[in-house]
Design a binder for this molecule. Structure first.
Ligand SMILES: Nc1nc2c(c(=O)[nH]1)N[C@H]1C(S)=C(S)[C@@H](COP(=O)(O)O)O[C@H]1N2
Ligand SMILES: [Mo]
Length: 160
């Protein structure tokens, strides 16, 4: 049994904790099957960020969305408006919760992401082991590497 919950909190009307069983019962229009069509190397099925936000109801002063991965202390903060229609939450592969080896149980994915280190919505913002989405007025924690050296080191660390 996988009972991990994804928390959505901060500047929202309805703070949420959602698990596999809730996500799998989202309606078909909110489901995005087979994310490999956006980028061949990513895999699994997702729900749209928009469907999560519809439930959580961000407050008017929520300007930033911060993606937290406690597992390896990785965090990314991006302007909410830029990611609203682009964000996906990957949560299953072949009908089972997404494995940690694939960045699960929850993995954020931007449909049209830029190359690492080239824009706000870059591959580095595709946060694995996501456990919390936090809405805030100002930019939140962002631990994406700033230099090419630090970025290369992070990528080396991630090679399985
Ligand atoms: N939790 C977590 N998510 C992460 C990272 C990380 O170090 N930890 N690295 C990021 C970076 S720098 C990149 S380029 C992508 C790589 O995704 P991939 O493993 O699917 O290629 O994951 C991003 N998500
Ligand atoms: Mo990256």
């Amino acid at each position: 049994m996988n009972d991990s919950k994804l928390i959505i909190d901060g500047l929202v009307k309805n703070p949420l904790g959602l698990g596999f069983s809730e996500l799998i019962s989202f309606k078909p229009a909110d489901q995005v099957l087979d994310v490999s069509r956006f980028e061949a190397k990513k895999k699994g099925d997702a729900v749209t960020l928009e469907s999560l936000l519809k439930l959580a109801e961000p407050l008017p002063d929520a300007n930033y969305l911060t993606l937290h991965a406690g597992r390896d202390n990785f965090h990314v903060s991006i302007p909410l408006e830029s990611v609203r229609s682009e964000g996906l939450l990957v949560y299953q592969l072949h009908g089972k919760p997404l494995d940690v080896s694939d960045g699960g149980p929850f993995r954020f994915l931007i449909k049209d992401f830029a190359a690492c280190h080239s824009a706000e919505l870059d591959d580095c913002a595709n946060v694995k082991y996501l456990d919390r989405i936090e809405l805030s007025q100002r930019k939140g924690l962002d631990t994406r590497p700033l230099t090419d050296e630090a970025h290369e080191a992070l990528h080396r660390e991630q090679v399985k």
